[in-house]
Design a binder for this molecule. Structure first.
Ligand code: 3H9
Length: 704
């Protein structure tokens, strides 16, 4: 008997129980165990078999840790062929999340049932893959071409009810009692003489699709896919389900799966999958660190950021008090929250009742005394150290002992903020990204004195509100914004050297960034950086005009970005589409001439390297200073906070892929050509490049 697959006979029903914690991933041992049990059960007294899982979920997919290693038999398609060919009827009984190879296992069974709370899906696309064990062929046969394409290309799970609606489930069980429900269902099937229903026997009518359907679908998809290859291969596999007999379709699917499995894109996306889970772990925190109970939260500051943060908690069912300095400011803040929810209702993303439920969880206040009993406060006031310190003094005076006091600052020193309170151990940074209710990243900033308990609780709260958390130590801008400085600086300097805004942004977007750096500045508002520069200059700093002169001139011309209809680009008032503006190009030429910078043709390669090498170089410094725990944490910050393409795996993974010596030598070369001021290689980068190593190897060596 296998250690991960058990078998028992209850009257005439054979129960196969998979037990491979934590998520019943389809490891080699599980595949072999399942194959053996199903083969053996063909000869016993059972009249039908039920396949179910112990623990928190049905099989959550192939074992991703096995990808990239030599294949071990039996393969999943081999096992599923045995299941489908079984002479005894097999019922898959699902709970939790039946995903990827897990759902494909269920699709190879003859009947599928699930408890009402179960979800099923094929999320392979999120790993740069397609379903490789019949998913594309079987879902297309059961749910039809259009539904199959949407399900497999989005990769989002379906509820049991939705899956039943699409013919992907035969039965939603009456309640959450999986075992009893599944046995009763299997008995009913046996008693009613149900036939062995094999999905492969369903035929698809290709004539039902409009002519040119797949070609048109591909065209529309290209925009959505932003350079990712898996969506295109999914269309090919679904097309094969329509045009080829099942056995050939399966071969085609398998070939496409293997092509993707070995692609750099999938390698990068699998890295992100594991890095995301790793980032949630704080290396020096004992696993049994106690957690504080967070039942009621307060947010100080009802601006766009504060309102968005309050929505995150309300969305997770956690009551939240939003504090503003006056009832007018409060009304404005609550108004923005209501408007955001109303837009979601309009777009059909939530019902009116859900909106009301969430709004009821948000209470407004203009009195600090109302925060006396909250468990966690997040300060989200104006980005000014004195104002923030003042807020923390007040919080320290009113909040109960044990309350966690967090700042949503993007730049300020958490230790200095903590020092104005009598409880620095309870203070930390919780840095959300705008719009806070949408962006997935939460940078948790650990102060010198932040306690283990407070850190562990903040990570857990982040997860509760659906965020992906990464830990940063204190430095100016923490991980994300600190790294961004060099990237944004080069975007500006490239303009003076002769590139146009459209060229700079175009190269970044072709690389896979959701938006180029100049378009992002226009979106955020050019006045933000302008004000920050004014403050630095007022404090006596001398700034290099080559890093900001065009941006400042635009602000002084009233071109504040999208909100003003013009910035680096001109924006269509209706569609918000951006257009290049000859006036801006002339302005850039004028500034270059004034600074004595000769303009020249700049290649795509140079733009790409000058944007991304500074990002990687600063990442290396952040690692050597211990600001980030691991290179993977930096990748998570960039993918989830700055829309860096997951298919490139984040800046540090990407650096390893292109080779650290390429980056290092590129930085030295730019130092010679452009001056060393902004082109000093980080010592860690230099050391790893010279020894032929990588960030991943450096990280692994530190772990051992
Ligand atoms: C596939 O199936 C290909 C097939 O089409 C073809 C094959 C031929 N493998 O997320 P959690 C680990 S591709 C290995 O924190 P949750 C995870 O790393 C696969 N390990 O839990 C973590 O480890 P640790 C398609 C896995 O409750 C621990 O389990 N399937 C796998 O928040 C707990 O995970 C997917 O893409 C795996 N497949 O969420 C589903 N899955 O504790 C991927 C998880 O050491 N999985 N681990 O950090 C998920 O989406 C979530 O894990 C799930 C649970 C929703 C299941």
């Amino acid at each position: 008997m296998s250690s991960v697959v058990r078998y028992e006979l209850i009257d005439n029903i054979g129960i196969i129980t998979i037990d491979n914690p934590p998520v019943n991933a389809l490891s080699q041992a599980l595949r072999q165990g399942l194959l053996d049990v199903v083969t053996a059960a063909q000869k016993d007294a059972s009249e039908a078999l039920v396949l179910l899982c112990a623990g928190r979920t049905f099989i959550a997919g192939a074992d991703i840790t096995e990808f990239g290693k030599p294949p071990q038999s039996p393969s999943l398609p081999e096992v599923l062929a045995v299941l489908e060919n079984s002479r005894k009827l097999i019922v898959a009984a699902m709970h939790g999340t039946a995903l990827g190879g897990g759902f494909e296992t269920a699709l190879a069974c003859h009947y599928r049932c699930a408890v009402p709370s179960a979800h099923v899906g094929l999320p392979e696309v999120k790993l740069g893959l397609l379903p490789g064990a019949g998913g594309t062929q079987r879902v297309t046969r059961l749910a039809g071409v259009k539904a199959a394409l949407e399900i497999i290309i989005n990769g989002n799970p379906l509820s049991a009810a939705e899956a039943a609606e699409l013919n992907l489930l035969d039965e939603v069980l009456p309640d959450e009692n999986l075992r009893e429900g599944a046995i009763a269902y299997a008995r009913d099937l046996v008693d009613s003489g149900a036939l062995l229903k094999r999905v492969r026997d369903i035929s698809i009518d290709p004539g039902a699709l409009e002519p040119g359907f797949f070609a048109n679908y591909r065209l529309r998809l290209a925009e959505r896919a932003r350079g990712q290859i898996a969506p295109d291969r999914i269309v090919t596999a679904v097309e094969a389900a329509v045009t080829l007999p099942m056995e050939h379709g399966l071969i085609r699917e398998r070939d496409l799966f293997l092509e993707l499995l070995h692609s750099p894109q999938s390698r990068a996306m699998r890295h992100i999958f594991f890095a995301e889970r790793e980032a949630a772990k704080i290396r020096d925190l004992p696993a049994d660190t106690p957690l504080r109970d967070i039942r009621h939260v307060a947010v100080v500051g009802g601006g766009t950021m504060g309102g968005g943060i309050a929505m995150c908690f309300a969305n997770a069912g956690i009551p939240v008090t939003l504090l503003e300095i006056s009832s007018e400011a409060l009304e404005r803040g609550l108004g923005i929250v209501r408007k955001n929810y109303a837009t979601s209702v309009q777009k059909g993303r939530m019902s009116e009742a859900e909106m009301q439920q969430r709004l009821q969880l948000i209470t407004g206040s203009a009195d600090y005394a109302d925060l006396a009993q909250v468990d966690l406060v997040i300060e989200a006031v104006f980005e000014n150290p004195d104002i923030k310190k003042d807020v923390f003094r007040r919080l320290d005076a009113v909040c109960k002992s044990g309350a966690i006091l967090a700042s949503n600052t993007s730049y300020q020193n958490i230790d200095e903020i903590a020092a104005v309170t009598s409880r620095p151990q309870d203070v930390l940074g919780m840095h959300f990204f705008s719009p806070a209710n949408v962006m997935k990243l939460l940078e948790v900033v650990r102060g010198e004195k932040t306690s283990h308990e407070v850190l562990a609780t903040a990570m857990q709260v982040g997860r509760r509100i659906g965020k992906i958390c990464a830990l940063s130590r204190v430095c100016y801008g923490f991980i994300g914004n600190r790294m961004l400085t060099g990237y944004a600086r080069q975007a500006h300097m490239l303009l003076l050297d002769g590139a146009t805004p459209a060229q700079v942004d175009g190269v970044a977007e072709d690389f896979g960034m959701a938006m180029g750096p100049l378009a992002v500045s226009d979106l955020a508002g050019l006045d933000i950086g302008y004000k920050a520069r004014q403050a630095r200059e007022a404090a006596g700093e001398v700034l290099d005009p080559a890093t900001h002169c065009v941006a400042s001139a635009l602000v002084e011309m009233g071109r504040l970005g999208q909100k003003a209809g013009a910035g680096y680009y001109r924006y269509d008032p209706q569609t918000r589409a951006r257009q290049s503006d000859p006036q801006v190009e002339a302005l850039i030429r004028e500034h270059a001439a004034r600074l004595g910078i000769p303009q020249r043709e700049i290649s795509r390669e140079e733009i790409l390297a000058r944007l991304f090498y500074p990002l990687i170089n600063e990442g290396a410094r952040i690692l050597e200073e211990g600001i980030a725990q691991r290179p993977g944490d930096i990748d998570i910050v960039y993918v989830y906070g700055y829309a860096f393409p997951a298919a490139k795996g984040g800046p540090m993974f990407h650096a390893d892929e292109i080779g650290l010596s390429t980056v290092y030598e590129g930085i030295l070369r730019f130092g010679l050509e452009l001056g060393e001021t902004y082109w000093q290689p980080a010592p860690l980068l230099a050391q790893l490049a010279r020894s032929g190593s990588s960030f991943a190897q450096w990280d692994a060596a530190r772990r051992d």
